[in-house]
Design a protein around this ligand. Structure first.
Ligand code: NAD
Ligand code: IPM
Ligand code: MN
Length: 370
């Protein structure tokens, strides 16, 4: 038996535990069919962690994450009203997610926007726009920009409340994520869209300068420069033009949720957050308090995040493909989850647990046949 892969499990809030439960079944299934072992270490993280332990990212959780080979994180956070019960600094987003990203310097956030041809009916876009499905890799810089710049709030000389929020990048931060994007473009279809706002923001002027310096090392890659506002429209009108897209933190936050929109649901959006030494994996979406506890959440994003971990942290490429294929097969068989209901024609809607059952059955078949 090989040494166990040690994984920190941060199940999160609202739908977090429901979708995490289904995702963890992938590990036990792999253990039954392969010579591999996973040590799963659960740790509190997010709003519930604050209520139970007084901190959204407790010290014990930090230590568990430090020790782990990889981290699997469910969505965290509360509804607008509920979040007021927690002091602003300890709310799950500022108190847990951003410190997690900073701790492991997870600068490259891979957010695949993918829909197979046979799942194209889930998209709200017309078939003539979708054509053969959607296959975009959005790469978002994750530890710079407005999210991490200096902030200041106060009352000015006129007695008015003011806030300053700084959008800061240095060339090293830009260079490393742009290089990752060029490498991905090279491994995929050889095309890279640089998304920016250099007609207004000085941060984008520096971004583009550095981008062009890195580009010199990748003469084989077809490059397009696109303003972020135009890119939002292009994602709706002609998503097929994109292969890899790279952009700064906040642009990536917004455009990746739009990516979920063109697929038909945020529940189809997994992600990987890669740092120099460690990676963590999480759905791109939030904790969906509106559907929590109803067995309605789509676990695809969470199970897909496990597939990305198998591929990127443990180099288990075949097993990762089996997980993707198992999920695609379930959807292509005419089954759907509640978030996608109504988009397909005669689809049978199943709950979170039943979708997990079907995916695990399909995965077992693939592992046994291999
Ligand atoms: P959200 O992403 O939670 O939900 C937006 C919509 O998408 C909702 O209608 C929800 O039901 C639906 N949805 C999302 N994931 C789904 C899934 N797997 N299956 C089916 N439907 C799904 O966004 P929100 O409501 O704006 O935010 C809720 C909370 O989540 C907030 O506290 C926010 O800060 C937090 N949040 C956390 C993360 C994270 O942990 N990385 C990401 C985004 C938002
Ligand atoms: C995401 C989320 C987070 C972000 C929040 C919850 C901190 O929206 O991962 O997309 O804005 O990065
Ligand atoms: Mn977001």
């Amino acid at each position: 038996m090989t040494n166990a892969h040690k994984i920190a499990i941060l199940e999160g809030d609202a739908i977090g535990p429901e979708i995490m439960r289904q995702a963890l079944r992938v590990f036990s299934t792999l253990e039954q069919h392969r010579d591999v072992a996973f040590e799963l270490i659960h740790a509190p993280f997010g709003a519930q962690a604050y209520f139970d332990h007084g901190q959204a990212f407790p010290e014990t959780t930090k230590a568990i994450c430090d020790e782990a080979d990889a981290i699997l994180k469910g969505p965290v956070g509360l509804s607008f009203e509920e979040s007021k019960k927690i002091p602003v600094e300890e709310q799950a987003e500022r108190g847990a997610i951003l410190p997690l990203r900073a701790r492991f310097e997870t600068f490259a956030n891979f957010r695949p926007i993918y829909l197979s041809k046979d799942m194209a009916h889930f998209s709200p876009l017309k078939p003539e726009i979708i054509r053969d499905g959607i296959d975009i890799l959005l790469i978002r810089e994750l530890v710079g920009g407005l999210y991490f710049g200096e902030k200041d709030r106060g009352v000015n000389a006129d007695g008015l409340r003011y806030v300053h929020e700084t959008l800061a990048y240095d060339e090293r931060q830009i260079e490393r994520v742009v290089r990752v994007a060029f490498e991905q473009a090279r491994a995929r279809r050889g095309k890279l869209h640089n998304i920016h706002k250099s007609n207004v923001l000085m941060s984008s002027v520096l971004w583009n300068e550095v981008f062009e310096e890195v580009q010199a090392d990748y003469p084989d890659i077809e490059v397009h420069h696109q303003l972020v506002d135009a890119a939002a429209t292009a994602l709706c009108l002609n998503p097929a033009q994109f292969d890899v897209m790279v952009m700064e933190n906040m642009f990536g936050d917004i455009l990746s949720d739009q990516g979920g929109g063109i697929l038909g649901s945020l529940g189809l959006m997994p992600s990987a957050c890669l740092g120099p030494e460690k990676a963590y994996y999480e759905p791109s979406h939030g904790s969906a308090p509106d559907i929590a506890g109803k067995n309605m959440a789509n676990p695809y994003s969470m199970i897909g995040s496990v597939a990305m971990m198998l591929d990127m942290s443990f180099n288990m490429k075949d097993e990762a493909s089996f997980v993707w294929d198992a999920m695609t097969e379930v959807f292509e068989s005419g089954v759907t989850t509640a978030d996608l209901k109504g988009v397909g024609d005669s689809a049978k809607t199943v709950g979170t647990d039943a979708f997990g059952d079907l995916v695990i059955e399909a995965l077992e078949r693939k592992l046994a046949a291999d």
